[in-house]
Ligand binder design. Structure first.
Ligand SMILES: *[C@@H]1O[C@H](CO)[C@@H](O)[C@H](O)[C@H]1NC(C)=O
Ligand SMILES: *[C@@H]1O[C@H](CO)[C@@H](O)[C@H](O)[C@H]1NC(C)=O
Ligand SMILES: *[C@@H]1O[C@H](CO)[C@@H](O)[C@H](O)[C@H]1NC(C)=O
Length: 242
């Protein structure tokens, strides 16, 4: 029971946990734009720093923040979105981390986006509000294959399409739920749009994401299509907070 290897693996796990708490959680992914730079101490930088501060204050209130700071060529636009099931405390911590990480990872890029499990943060010198982000996208999947991919893929699409309907119809543009698989197993899903989108654009964004599932997640036990305006996720274990 308490063999040395068991004890030491617990120890390593605890260390890893402590380290993660101390250092913050790693982002899932990020992109820095390659088109335009700004210089240190410029008005753009001042505006960007103010924007990130504003998002930090606004986002935890409702789970979504949108702001724009400055004028003309120094104007910066930004949003941040917390996953629909996270508390405002977790939301606040995530947006704080996202703001400081993007500034570290993309120190002089005018536009950047970063994703975590609990939130995303995006800013740009271009007004992107209300537009579907078709540039920034990545996939994640579970390496394990299901035994019956055809019916599993169908059930995944059904669940996510149903959730998508719920999401674009409600103000939070978020929905999570589950459906039954064979053998008392369940499928769990989550979909969400950034709330600068119209309901019609949220629908389109989610439809597009669902249609991309075959490119990443065909017959996989879990998968995500994650973009700058919406994302979808499914798993065969519960991952949504109550
Ligand atoms: C932006 O800055 C990087 C290095 O900081 C440089 O390599 C790149 O050429 C610059 N790009 C533009 C468009 O100025
Ligand atoms: C922006 O980010 C890219 C990719 O990380 C980097 O290669 C580039 O030099 C950066 N340039 C700017 C600051 O445009
Ligand atoms: C899942 O299936 C793919 C393609 O059929 C295969 O390449 C891969 O090794 C399988 N993965 C596992 C974990 O069995």
């Amino acid at each position: 029971m308490s063999s040395p290897s068991f004890t030491s693996s617990i120890y390593v796990f605890l260390l890893a946990l402590l380290f993660q708490i101390a250092m913050g959680v790693d982002p899932l992914f990020h992109f820095c734009s390659t088109s335009e730079n700004f210089t240190a101490k410029s008005s753009y930088e001042t505006n960007l720093n103010k924007l990130i501060g504003d998002l930090y204050f606004k986002t935890p209130l409702t789970g979504f923040g949108l702001d724009s700071v400055g004028q003309y060529h120094d104007q910066v636009y930004g949003i941040s979105l917390c996953r629909g099931d996270v508390s405002s405390t977790e939301c606040k911590a995530c947006v704080a981390e996202a703001g400081s990480e993007t500034r570290k990872r993309c120190p002089d890029n005018k536009s950047a986006i970063i994703w975590y499990d609990n939130c995303l943060l995006k800013y740009s010198n271009n007004d992107f509000f209300g537009k579907i982000d078709e540039q920034n996208r990545f996939y994640m999947w579970n390496l394990r294959n299901v035994s019956d991919p055809e019916s599993f893929n169908l059930k995944t699409r059904e669940l996510l399409s149903q959730l998508s309907k719920n999401a674009y119809g409600n103000q939070k543009m978020y929905a999570a739920g589950e459906s039954k698989l064979a053998d008392s197993e369940k499928l769990y899903g989550l979909v969400q749009c950034t709330r600068d989108l119209s309901s019609g654009n949220c629908k389109k964004c989610l439809d597009d994401a669902i249609s991309e599932l075959p490119s990443c997640c065909d017959g996989k036990e879990g998968g995500r299509v994650v973009g700058g305006s919406c994302y979808i996720r499914y798993e065969i274990y519960p991952f949504v907070k109550a």
